[in-house]
Design a protein around this ligand. Structure first.
Ligand code: ADP
Ligand code: ADP
Length: 230
């Protein structure tokens, strides 16, 4: 069963040149419901562009993207926003936590955006997620009092509060030392296993990508290899 299907997905950035710069060329890709996949490739190969398309943050120039059985071409912005909010979790290299909010309120943020004031059940779930990332005693702490690894763990809890079917991460450990990166990576692995969310993450670190179940290699806007790891 699949969470995501890309069919001949292409993307050009309109930068005002006579020939638009096409950075993704007719990408075909299927992500299964329990996949744990790394997206790798040289700088400039289109990884962030692809992740932004998959996360419905940007629209393709052509092709079809089907998320949880819903074809998204021609979908109105409101529909895309709803689908994104209900099915996708994001973790970025720079976590973009809100410094004026406690860790708990940062985790609740995606719910506040879509559903308004969180109820007691949501607050309980946020506390559980903070506990799951080892931060139960830091619920009331502001991000700037936390280490980089702790902040990234808050960002992971935040990405999971909506119980997304697909977790997207762009260089989630790019900013962390090796040991902290390993710990953060292990969290992705655990949530994939225990909560059954598919994970697609961009990483430059071959050590981490080799521990994923699957490696998708993008070069010059084309998938040049896509294989299960041994
Ligand atoms: P973006 O995704 O924002 O287009 P990249 O993913 O290409 O940017 O690169 C993000 C940062 O990682 C850049 O500062 C880049 O210099 C750095 N970077 C690129 N390749 C590597 C690598 N192999 N190892 C470590 N850092 C890298
Ligand atoms: P990666 O994440 O693999 O480093 P990107 O998706 O960031 O690759 O970039 C792929 C190509 O698209 C690069 O040539 C980059 O310069 C170009 N690009 C990325 N974002 C934009 C943009 N907003 N406008 C124009 N060109 C862009």
């Amino acid at each position: 069963s699949e969470v995501l299907r890309l069919e001949a997905l292409s993307k050009s950035y309109n930068i005002g040149l006579p020939n638009e710069a096409e950075v993704l060329h007719e990408i075909d890709l299927v992500i299964g419901r329990s996949d744990f996949a790394a997206l790798v490739g040289p700088s400039g190969s289109g990884k962030s562009t692809l992740l932004n398309l998959i996360g419905l943050l940007d629209t393709p120039s052509s092709g079809e993207l089907t998320l949880l059985g819903q074809a998204t071409s021609g979908m109105a912005d409101a529909g895309r926003t709803t689908l994104r909010g209900s099915s996708i979790g994001f973790v970025f290299q720079f976590h973009h936590l809100i410094q004026a909010f406690s860790a708990l309120d940062n985790v609740l943020m995606p719910l506040m955006l879509t559903r308004g004031k969180p109820d007691q059940a949501a607050i309980e779930r946020a506390r559980e997620l903070l506990a799951a990332v080892g931060l139960d005693t830091f619920a009331d702490t502001r991000p700037n009092r936390l280490s980089g690894g702790q902040q990234q763990r808050v960002a992971i809890a935040r990405a999971l509060i909506t119980e997304p079917a697909l977790l997207l991460a762009d260089e989630p450990t790019g900013n962390l030392d090796t040991r902290t990166a390993d710990e953060v990576f292990e969290l992705f692995r655990r949530f994939n296993r225990e909560r059954g969310c598919a994970v697609l993450l961009v990483t430059h670190d071959p050590r981490l990508s080799s521990t994923c179940d699957r490696t998708i290699n993008l070069v010059d806007g084309r998938i040049v290899s896509d294989a299960m790891n041994a």
